[in-house]
Design a protein around this ligand. Structure first.
Ligand SMILES: Nc1ncnc2c1ncn2[C@@H]1O[C@H](COP(=O)(O)OP(=O)(O)OP(=O)(O)O)[C@@H](O)[C@H]1O
Length: 274
């Protein structure tokens, strides 16, 4: 059984329009899967449907099944909220584009990181304080004590995204969903956060569903990719095959524009690799 099996997923808007159409893919335990598409192609709605978090009025049909070791097999589509709450965090966690959406502006970082550890691992007191510092160290935040005492606006965007990653990892999910996790960050910080995610996923043998409009980033980080256009899959395969031999005209377009950009960046840097 796959860790995540999406089969014939449709997401419909309140008026009945299909925003995601007949999408099917699987993510195996420990696999890195990339979802690529331009703005509005349905990437975020797919991630939200997988978590059972679609906005009010939108409906999902088809099937989204999680089958993680040590938990019951769960069909997300149509599941009661109670069942989904258990799934989130334990089986799957999500990191969004803008870390501020995951953080409460009025609460110190330490208390926010403590929350999932308290709730899901039952930690209290000094054990909880230690776990908070360990979680911040794990995402390579220097000065974890200072960060724990800070409010979200007192740290940088890159640091906030590291905090959001620490919170998503707190319950050791079998699958991490990262939805454009670096798009809002400066280019150099982007590279650091990507390297961090790459390392954390490898260390924990966690599966990763990485969502981005940037083919080069996705191909560098994942084994298998799926290209979405207007809510439907146009191409899917190993990252290497899709980059080397794209079949669908839209996939070819994406690969060509990534190449042009890459060549331009190389020229700017005098041929050095990033
Ligand atoms: N709450 C909503 N109500 C109605 N339509 C929506 C809503 N959210 C998204 N959509 C529409 O659904 C389609 C897919 O949106 P989605 O956010 O999944 O795209 P995306 O690929 O993640 O794009 P981006 O990279 O810009 O976030 C778009 O046409 C969008 O306008």
């Amino acid at each position: 059984m796959s860790l995540l099996e999406v089969a014939g997923l449709h997401v419909r808007a309140a008026g009945g329009r299909d925003l995601v159409s007949d999408l099917s893919f699987t993510v195996e335990a420990g696999e890195r899967f990339g979802l690529i598409g331009e703005s509005g192609s349905g990437k975020s709605l797919t991630a939200l449907a997988i978590m059972g978090l679609l906005p009010p009025g939108m409906t999902a049909s088809g099937s989204v099944v999680f089958d993680a070791p040590g938990t019951d097999r769960t069909e997300v589509v149509g599941a009661p909220e109670r069942r989904l709450t258990r799934l989130r965090g334990q089986v799957t966690s999500v990191v969004f584009q803008e870390p501020l959406t995951a953080l409460d502006p009025l609460m110190r970082i330490g208390r926010q990181v403590a929350e999932p550890l308290r709730r899901r691992q039952g930690l209290r007191g000094r054990a909880l304080d230690k776990a908070v510092l360990a979680a911040l160290e794990e995402v390579r935040l220097a000065e974890p004590r200072r960060i724990a005492r800070a409010y979200p606006h007192e740290i940088s965007g890159g640091q906030r995204q590291r905090v959001a990653i620490a919170m998503a990892l707190a319950c050791r999910p079998a699958l991490l969903i990262a939805d454009e996790p670096t798009t809002a960050l400066d280019v150099t910080v982007q590279a650091e956060v990507l390297a961090l995610l790459d390392g954390l996923v490898a260390e924990r043998s966690m599966a990763l569903l990485f969502i981005s409009h940037d083919l080069a980033v996705v191909a560098g980080l994942t084994d298998h990719v799926l290209i979405l256009k207007d809510g439907a899959a146009v191409e899917s395969g190993s990252a290497l095959d899709v980059v080397n031999d794209p079949r669908h005209p839209y996939a070819r377009e994406l690969v060509d524009s990534a190449r042009v950009l890459d060549a331009a960046l190389d020229r700017l840097k005098g041929g050095g690799t990033p």
